[in-house]
Ligand binder design. Sequence first.
Ligand SMILES: C[S@@+](CC[C@H](N)C(=O)[O-])C[C@H]1O[C@@H](n2cnc3c(N)ncnc32)[C@H](O)[C@@H]1O
Length: 399
Amino acid sequence: MAKPDPDALLRQGLARHQAGDTAEAGRLYRRVLALRPADGNALNLLGQLARAQGDLKAALALTGRAVALHPGAPVFLAAHGATLAEAGRLDEAVATLRATVAARPTDAVSLRNLGQALAALGRTGEALVPLRQAVALHPAAAEAQLALAHACREAGLREEAAIHARNAAADPALAGQAGFLLAALGAAPAPDRAPAAYVRDLFDQYAPRFDDDLTGRLGYRTPAALAELLRDSGIAVDSSLRVLDLGCGTGLSGVALAPFAARLEGLDLSPRMLAAARARGLYHALHETDLLDALPRQPGAWDLIVAADVLNYLGDLAPVLPALAAALAQGGTAAFSVEVGEVAPFALGPGLRYRHQPAHLRGLFAGAGLSVLAEQDCVLRQEQGQAVAGMLWVLRRQG
Ligand SMILES: C[S@@+](CC[C@H](N)C(=O)[O-])C[C@H]1O[C@@H](n2cnc3c(N)ncnc32)[C@H](O)[C@@H]1O
């Protein structure tokens, strides 16, 4: 029998890959590697399959090996840099992507990835350079337009930000996110909530760095503060309650809630945040869903529902509070934080989170049949050196 030809197998793998048959593509790439272990293309493509499946550890090992075996090859550098960025290894991503664009200055996707990695590191001024180059190379690329719009907003370049947000809005897939950014710039009315796709992408990107950033740099301690307020309100810490953690994120809130729970479930929009929560082994179940979709499906199901640093991604809480009340058993407890502001009923803040007016919220609680057990002013976190003012509430569903 003739020996299989690795080049032919690679071509077949690529054809299956492009047709969406990832299982067969992976099998063919592995056959190439069995015949030719240093085949950079097979390593790189297998790495891209792993990345698309969310296995960033495997993806990094594969793309990293392609780069190590073929140093300086721009295609492999580009894929490895993008994967490093997705894994939150931002300094390494910047170095790798800088090497990529040095070798291939017109690689608009790598320029965008470089700009986004720099922006995520807070190096906004530097980020503007590759992002502007990416947009100049491909003005129709809406993702680059949106990334540049965000970087401009962070750099205080509001007019330039609005121009690029409008350009991004031409793509129907990004119109919601671009419109949200325009609203934060004051160039469009604030929608009732942050688009789910915006929240999902934001937290998917943030997931690898979330815990370190929040508990370290940003001084976030809302979950512990809510747990303390629950205890002060007489909620027993005796592992007896059915507890739902809305917007559970990576599970920092689950850590604080576990001592109350006989059963602890979490839900979130972001698969990457949920994967980090799953890795803690704390939750009995985790669900990828929007809280506004999930709550109406669970009437009377929970003794305690908590939303730590979540309701600030929703503007209009009028539909949320009755849904929350209805998902509680009679006498059940809700606890959450909000960012506070003067404008009624809510306003979209510069950080793209909503601020709620406490007096308006108290009216909504009463309308939803929720009575106040405790409320507390607090500092939710630090942002650009400024304290973010918030409030914590503990409410009871009236019988
Ligand atoms: C700042 S994090 C807080 C995570 C966690 N509660 C904690 O205290 O660490 C906000 C989380 O809420 C999630 N989120 C925001 N809006 C949501 C919605 N409408 N439905 C479900 N999850 C949402 C986000 O995906 C994100 O993971």
